[in-house]
Ligand binder design. Structure first.
Ligand SMILES: Nc1ncnc2c1ncn2[C@@H]1O[C@H](COP(=O)(O)OP(=O)(O)O)[C@@H](O)[C@H]1O
Ligand SMILES: [Mg+2]
Length: 146
């Protein structure tokens, strides 16, 4: 999946990606594609019921969190997620809007179903470094910019 490769490239060794969109839109599928590109060989499955899955790749550890079932905000603290400046980890969150204030440098992906049934994917970077990186990679792909 081209978008998965691009995001894996941009996330590098210390990136944060927050995925939003309805059930079944492809948040976990995109996470699988990113993990494959990062070199994760374990099977990547939805963390909806366990809240957090960890995967080792050659250069990074991937934290894959799903906030769908989190009701009490304190549950986020129990997960002991990586600090924003921690390198060597990639954090991918589904239903994780609550994490936005903790990670000012991050990529937000908003996914939606069009009436035609097609999937619409909106990618936004927060923070200067990631914005620059994603623009470079986006142009390299020859994709249109907003
Ligand atoms: N880009 C896509 N095009 C077509 N089908 C997709 C796409 N992304 C995901 N799917 C399919 O949709 C289903 C649900 O995807 P999933 O990644 O589990 O959604 P989410 O994590 O957003 O709830 C999967 O069966 C997957 O094969
Ligand atoms: Mg999912």
């Amino acid at each position: 999946m081209a978008l998965g490769s691009l995001l894996a490239q941009v996330l590098g060794r210390g990136g944060v990606l927050l995925l939003e969109g309805p059930l079944g839109i492809g948040k976990t599928s995109l996470t699988k594609a990113i993990c494959a590109d990062l070199g994760v060989t374990d099977e990547v499955t939805s963390p909806t019921f366990d809240l957090l899955h960890l995967y080792d790749a050659p250069h990074v550890t991937v934290y894959h969190v799903d906030g769908y079932r989190i009701e009490d905000p304190h549950e986020w603290e129990i997960l002991d997620l990586p600090a924003p400046e921690q390198t060597g980890v990639v954090l991918i969150g589904e239903w994780s809007r609550a994490l936005q204030p903790l990670y000012p440098e991050r990529i937000d992906v908003q996914m939606a179903f069009c009436p035609s049934g097609e999937r619409l994917v909106d990618v936004t970077a927060a923070g200067e470094r990631l914005s620059r990186r994603i623009h470079e990679e986006w142009e390299r792909m020859g994709w249109a910019l907003k």
